[in-house]
Design a binder for this molecule. Structure first.
Ligand code: NAD
Ligand code: LMR
Length: 326
């Protein structure tokens, strides 16, 4: 019989956590044959709400759920986990940038990095969702010196999916007709959604849209999509963020399609001139649970300038939390 996989979600009673837990329990992450044990982690003031989530999960009688482990400490919650979704953190409000959350949220990720280091499986895969996600991933990974930094990534997949959806709408095609989208850099307003490599049924999609639309509408729309959702909903994206988190970890574990890549923020290794020491959004392929940055793509001056602006912002964020790096 297939051994259950242990999956932790921090902030499990919050908006994203609530959407994520039920989709994982239903088999959307690892498929309909893979049993799971859910480790649901909250802070003590949310313990009652977490109890309610556990009651509802139990009421679903999900065939794949072998056990649910609620907890209010990361040391207990992360014990022996194979996969961790680090969601629990404060969301931004209107008129804030994600980096304004740094001082409030950063400490959470240093504590959680240390706990992962102490009790998680050595080949754990950790996706950081709580904002500012790239720098929080850096904090968590640098506080987990016994884990390979490659065990950590931060979520660019929501931006990637948004970019596919906007471009497909413009071209009046379906998202599944498009391949090779890239979102470079930070999950922030400096991110660079790049369509230079995108193929529409094998042909260049970049040539099918005007430069003005690309530069003046597409790029800012993707960069500002999170803020637009906050304005419309009065709360930040939740179901779409949970869906992107599932896409990201599913592809990490089960592999990217043979004819495509995805955007993930991973420890920069010097590729494309981005200096190591930050988590940077790259086009990646995943095979056998390992992530590799797609090498050798050509980037023109327009692209390079935007890639460097996002790198600069990540370096500034890093400087702001230097004292929390392990
Ligand atoms: P929310 O306020 O609805 O829920 C957050 C939950 O986290 C709460 O239940 C809270 O009790 C819990 N929490 C806080 N600190 C915790 C800790 N130390 N350990 C465990 N749980 C903790 O917020 P949300 O809408 O679910 O958003 C969560 C985070 O995800 C925010 O930072 C938000 O900005 C971010 N986000 C990121 C992306 C992305 O693409 N990376 C997309 C959407 C939202
Ligand atoms: C998003 O992109 O929807 C999230 O990061 C939430 C936010 O603050 O924009």
């Amino acid at each position: 019989m297939t051994q259950p996989i242990r999956i932790a979600i921090t902030g499990a009673a919050g908006n994203i956590g609530y959407a994520l837990a039920f989709r994982i329990a239903a088999g959307d992450l690892l498929g309909s044959q893979q049993p799971v044990i859910l480790h649901l982690i909250e802070i003590p003031p949310a313990a009652n709400a977490l109890e309610g989530v556990v009651m509802e999960l139990s009421d679903c009688a999900f065939p794949l759920v072998r056990n649910i482990v609620p907890s209010t400490t990361p040391e207990e919650g992360f014990r022996d986990i194979d996969i961790g979704f680090l969601v629990g953190a404060k969301p931004r409000g209107p008129d804030m940038e994600r980096k304004d959350l740094l001082q409030d949220n950063a400490r959470i990720f240093s504590v959680q990095g240390k706990a992962l280091n102490a009790v998680a499986k050595r080949d754990v895969r950790v996706l950081v969702v709580g904002n500012p996600a790239n720098t929080n991933a850096l904090i968590a990974s640098s506080n987990a010196p016994d884990l390979d930094p490659g065990c950590f990534s931060s979520m660019m997949r929501l931006d990637h999916n948004r970019a596919l959806a906007q471009l497909a709408a413009k071209l009046d095609v379906h998202v599944t007709d498009l391949r090779q989208m890239i979102v470079w850099g930070n999950h922030s307003a400096t991110q660079f959604p790049d369509i230079a490599q995108v193929l529409l049924r094998g042909r260049s999609a970049r040539e099918a849209v005007s430069w003005d639309w690309y530069r003046d509408q597409f790029i800012p729309t993707i960069q500002q999509r999170g803020a637009a959702i906050i304005k419309a909903r009065g709360a930040s994206s939740a179901a779409s963020a949970a869906s992107a988190a599932i896409d990201a970890v599913r592809d990490w574990v089960r592999g990217t399609p043979a004819d495509d890549w995805v955007s993930m923020a991973v420890p920069a290794d010097g590729s494309y001139g981005i200096e190591p020491g930050i988590f940077y959004g790259y086009p990646v392929k995943c095979r056998g649970g390992k992530v590799s940055i797609v090498p050798g793509l050509s980037c023109d001056d327009f692209a390079r300038e935007r890639m460097r602006a996002s790198e600069r912002e990540l370096r500034e964020e890093r400087t702001a939390i230097e004292q929390l790096l392990g």
